[in-house]
Design a protein around this ligand. Structure first.
Ligand code: HEM
Length: 447
């Protein structure tokens, strides 16, 4: 190792001494296990070496996480770490950009995702959830993760893309489903990671799926722009087409296309897996489910919100968020050099016993006693990169759980809790949220 490298190494917090390839292999299968083990061994801040990601300084130290989320976005880059997604999302995606370009896209996207707007999607979400749940027959054992994927995809297609009935729209729905299935398939994901972003377009299956989506989307964008009554439409595509930046300029067709695909990919699997975990946990906590049912019957929502917050705390679907340093950055005693990744760990922060007593316990009440903290409850990351769909996702989870509790009861298909299994980019229940479906009435009578 050259001397300069050794000095840089010495400046980093300690971490597992395993070879990079081995750390990467463990990370791909058991990210949370590696994080928990490293924290026990090295404390709140430690160094991991993951192929493709470079050197990561992972932290769940309160001050460090806060300083990352409030730090200078010119020094803390998030976009470049996501470049593996470039072939799908395109160069204008808010996920891939940094600094001024990122802020321009983010400002254009923010208004449609404002918390207050979410109510407008309630009826649509309710209708989609009710139709899905009504298909689950009492008495059958089902894996609900794939059902939640279908449900959240439908919500995005209708609320974000504004896809209604009609032939082209049916084609678009089919093409987007095929693209999502491909992009979230771990094997295809690994293939893209191996060939690298620049050459991803050379993979035939992928290129064809993308071309079909693009043709349909650009045709739809052109038609929507010409629509006289676009101002009356509520879907996010129509809102983006009417958005203007600070200079009064609209988004180009290419920008709208890239952001729509970003919203689809960032919003669909994540919300589906969070809902799958909700089912997995609630099925094993009849007391919480009973309380939820009472509250839903009474038309209230404080406990429902707490349930959603507790699911996202206990089973965060994303374990870490990363920022690549463009200049040296101080974390506690360490002066981290440029080039290193500084990585707040969602998973470890949510397991801090000083913030969350009995951290492994599913106890929604904790959020009724104390609301979530900005830098301690971080399932959606933080700062200028905080998830744009956070309000949308939480609202959707509430609507779906309300419909579910009103229509069906849940019992675990097997007593043992499901393990956390990493698939593509998210942490999922190992048996796909396998539950025994019951009728809601039976549960009420039983109490
Ligand atoms: C439970 C569901 C979800 C979870 C757990 C989640 C989590 C996250 C996380 C951890 C980040 C990175 C934040 C950071 O780096 O600090 C993120 C970014 C993002 N998410 Fe989500 N997300 C969810 C749902 C959604 C939905 C429904 C949408 C849109 C429809 C969405 C759109 C985005 C976008 C556009 C970004 C990039 C923001 C930026 O870079 O400025 N997400 N999300």
């Amino acid at each position: 190792m050259p001397v300069a490298d050794q000095r840089a190494h010495a400046a980093l917090p300690p971490g597992p001494q395993l070879p990079r390839a081995l750390q990467t292999a463990i990370w791909m299968r058991r990210a949370q296990g590696l994080l928990a083990w490293s924290r026990r061994r090295y404390g709140d801040t430690f160094t991991l070496r993951i192929a493709h990601e470079g050197t990561w300084v992972v932290t769940c130290n309160l001050e460090a996480v806060k300083s990352v989320f409030t730090g200078d976005p010119r020094i803390l880059h998030a976009g470049e770490g996501n470049s593996v997604l470039l072939p799908v999302l395109g160069p204008n995606s808010v996920l891939l950009l940094d600094e001024e370009e990122h802020m321009r896209q983010r400002k254009l996207l923010l208004p449609p995702f404002h918390g207050a707007r979410m109510k407008r999607y309630e009826a649509l979400m309710q209708e989609i959830a009710a139709a899905e749940i009504e298909r689950w027959r009492p008495g059958e054992v089902r894996q609900l993760r794939p059902r939640m994927q279908a449900l959240t995809l439908e919500v995005i297609l209708r609320a974000v893309f504004g896809v209604a009935e009609g032939q082209r729209l049916e084609e678009l729905r089919r093409a987007l489903r095929r693209l999502v299935a491909y992009a979230t398939n771990p094997r295809a994901g690994i293939m893209l990671a191996v060939v690298g972003p620049a050459r991803g377009e050379r993979i035939r299956g992928f290129r064809e799926r993308l071309r079909t989506v693009d043709e349909l989307l650009f045709a739809e964008i052109a038609e929507r722009r010409a629509l006289a009554e676009i101002a009356e439409r509520e879907d996010i595509m129509s809102l983006l087409l009417q958005a203007r930046d600070e200079d009064g300029a609209p988004m180009s067709d290419k920008e709208v296309r890239d952001e729509l695909l970003t919203l689809l990919l960032a919003g669909h699997e994540t919300t589906a897996n969070a809902l799958a975990w909700a089912v997995e946990r609630l099925a094993r906590h009849p007391d919480a489910t009973a309380r939820l049912q009472e509250e839903v019957d009474a038309g209230e929502s404080a406990y429902l919100q707490a349930v959603v917050q507790e699911i996202l705390r206990l089973r965060p679907v994303i374990s870490v968020v990363a920022r690549r340093l463009k200049a040296p950055f101080r974390i506690g005693a360490w002066e981290l050099p440029a080039g290193v990744g500084i990585v707040p760990s969602i998973y470890l922060m949510h397991r801090r016993a000083d913030i969350y007593p009995e951290p492994e316990r599913f106890r929604p009440e904790r959020f009724l006693e104390q609301p979530p903290g900005t830098y301690t409850w971080i399932p959606f990351g933080g700062g200028v990169r905080r998830c744009l769909g956070a309000a949308f996702a939480q609202f959707e989870m509430e609507v779906v759980l309300r419909e579910l509790i009103a229509r069906r009861s849940l019992a675990p298909a097997r007593a043992q809790s499901e393990r956390v299994l990493r698939r593509a980019f998210t942490e999922t229940p190992s048996r796909d949220a396998e539950v025994l479906i019951g009728s809601a009435e039976r549960m009420r009578v039983a109490r």
